[in-house]
Ligand binder design. Structure first.
Ligand code: ATP
Ligand code: ATP
Ligand code: MG
Ligand code: MG
Lengths: 227, 227
C-alpha cells in the first residue's frame, strides 16, 4: 500500500541544514502490521508525516496504492488523508476550544456523515477508549493520557484503511496501554494496515515487522514470527 | 519538605463535579526520591500541580517546609516556585515563539541571573540532555522527545532544591530515557528532592518510594530497598 523510493527530508533553517531522512526506501503491504523504532530525533515522526500525506519529502517519491502522492495537489492530498488514513499525532493535535466529542466528530464532518450517525459513532469511539464520561470536556479539561486516547478515537472513527499512530501509548499506564493495543490488534485483524511508532518494545512486538531507524536511515528490518 | 493534609481537588464543570483528588495525606522528606504511579486519569498531574504550587486544592492544606502554601498570595507562590521548584510538565509547556535556548534561560531571567552566566548555564543544561546542536530551533522545529528534554533542561537550570517531573521519559527511547534518569539520580545524590510521575516501572524503580494513586486516592505506598 506504501512504497517509499529514496525519500529524503532536509529542514533548512537559515544556513543550517538538518537531514532528518536520508534516502529511505521500503514498502508496506496492504493489511500489514508494522512498528517503527529508533532514538529520539532519529526521524520517525518526519517519516510518519510524509506517509500520512501531511508533509512532502525534499526528494524521492512516496507511492500510495501505486500513485505518486507528490503529483497530487494539496486538496487531493487532504481528500486522501481524510478518506484513507487515520493519524494519531505524537502531540495529540486536538482543537483546544471544542469538546473532545466534537474533536472526534470532525473527520466525519469532512466526510459528510449525517449528524445523528456522526454523534453516535463518536460517542462509541470514545467509549471504546474509556472516555465515555468525559465527552463534553475540552482537551485542557482532561488528563494527558485521556487526550492521547481522544486523539486515537478521532483517528479510527472514520474507519480508515490505514492507521498511522505516532507513540500512541507514551502517556498511558500499562493496563490502559494494553487496551489501546487490543484496539489496534483488532483493526489489523479486520484487514486494516497499522503502522506504529513506539519506543516501547512490548508495543512494537504486536507488529509483524519492526523498522529500526537511526539518524534518518533504516538501520535494520526485524521480521517477527507471528504465532 | 512537603506535607499534604487531606488534600482534595474537585473540578466543577456546570453541574458535573470531577473528584480528581480525594482527601490525600502524605509527607515527602527533604532529599527524598519518590515516584508516583497510577492509571491514566487517576489524579497524578493534578497532585503534581498542587505540590508545584501551580494550583490550589479545593480543600485541605499543603505545607512546603512547614509553611501552609494556601496562606500565600499568587505573587509569593510564583516566587517560591521560581526559587525552589523545577517543574517538568507532561505537555512540556515550552513557549512556542522563542528558541529552546531562550526557553531554558527564562527561569534565570526571573531569578535575575546576569545575561552571560544565564546563556552559559542554559547551553550547558541543553548539552547535558543532548540538545547542544538544537539551541536556536523553536520548539516546533525539534522532535517530541527533544521538546521533552528541553523542558527537563529548563526545570533543572535554576538548581532548584525540589524537582517535580511529570512523565519525563514518555517520548524517549530507552537509551535517551536512561540518560535522563542518570541526571535525576545525580541531582538526588547531591541532596535534591526528586518526585517523578511515571507509568514505566523501570523509571519508578530509581526511587526509594513509590506512591500508588488510584481514582484520586493513595492506594498503597511501596518502600523500595535502595542498595
Ligand atoms: N480542568 C479540568 N476539568 C475537569 N476535569 C479535569 C480537569 N483536569 C483534569 N480533569 C480530570 O481529573 C482527573 C485527573 O486528571 P489528571 O490529569 O490529574 O490525571 P493523571 O493521573 O495525570 O492522568 P494521565 O496519566 O493520563 O496523565 C481526570 O479524570 C481528568 O479527566
Ligand atoms: N521543523 C524542523 N526544523 C528543523 N529541524 C527539525 C524540524 N522538525 C524536526 N527537526 C529535526 O529533525 C530530526 C528528526 O525529527 P523527528 O521529529 O522526525 O524525530 P523523532 O524520531 O520523531 O523523535 P522523537 O522520538 O523524539 O519524537 C530531529 O533531530 C529534529 O530536531
Ligand atoms: Mg517523534
Ligand atoms: Mg498526567
Amino acid at each position: 500500500v506504501f512504497v517509499a523510493d529514496r525519500i529524503s527530508k532536509v529542514y533548512t533553517m537559515g544556513d543550517v541544514k538538518v537531514h532528518a531522512l536520508r534516502d529511505i526506501s521500503f514498502s508496506i503491504e496492504s493489511g500489514e502490521y508494522a512498528a517503527i523504532m529508533g532514538p529520539s530525533g532519529s526521524g520517525k515522526s518526519t517519516l510518519m508525516h510524509i506517509m500520512g500525506c501531511l508533509d512532502r519529502p525534499t526528494s524521492g517519491s512516496l507511492y500510495l496504492r501505486g500513485k505518486d502522492v507528490s503529483s497530487l495537489t494539496d486538496g487531493e492530498l487532504a481528500e486522501i488523508r481524510n478518506a484513507e488514513i487515520g493519524f494519531v499525532f505524537q502531540n495529540f493535535n486536538l482543537l483546544p476550544n471544542i469538546s473532545i466529542l466534537e474533536n472526534v466528530e470532525l473527520p466525519m464532518v469532512y466526510a459528510g456523515v449525517p449528524p445523528k450517525e456522526r454523534r453516535e459513532r463518536a460517542v462509541r469511539a470514545l467509549e471504546m477508549v474509556g472516555l465515555g464520561s468525559r465527552l463534553h470536556h475540552k482537551p485542557s479539561e482532561v488528563s494527558g493520557g485521556q487526550r492521547q486516547r481522544a486523539s486515537i478515537a478521532r483517528a479510527v472513527v472514520n474507519r480508515p484503511a490505514i492507521v498511522l499512530a505516532d507513540e500512541p501509548t507514551g502517556n498511558l499506564d500499562s493496563a490502559t496501554g494494553a487496551e489501546i493495543m487490543e484496539l489496534f490488534d483488532e483493526l489489523n485483524a479486520k484487514g486494516n494496515t497499522i503502522i506504529l511508532v513506539t519506543h516501547e518494545r512490548e508495543v512494537a512486538e504486536h507488529a509483524s515487522r519492526i523498522i529500526h531507524i537511526l539518524d534518518g536511515e533504516i538501520a535494520r528490518m526485524e521480521i517477527r514470527k507471528t504465532n
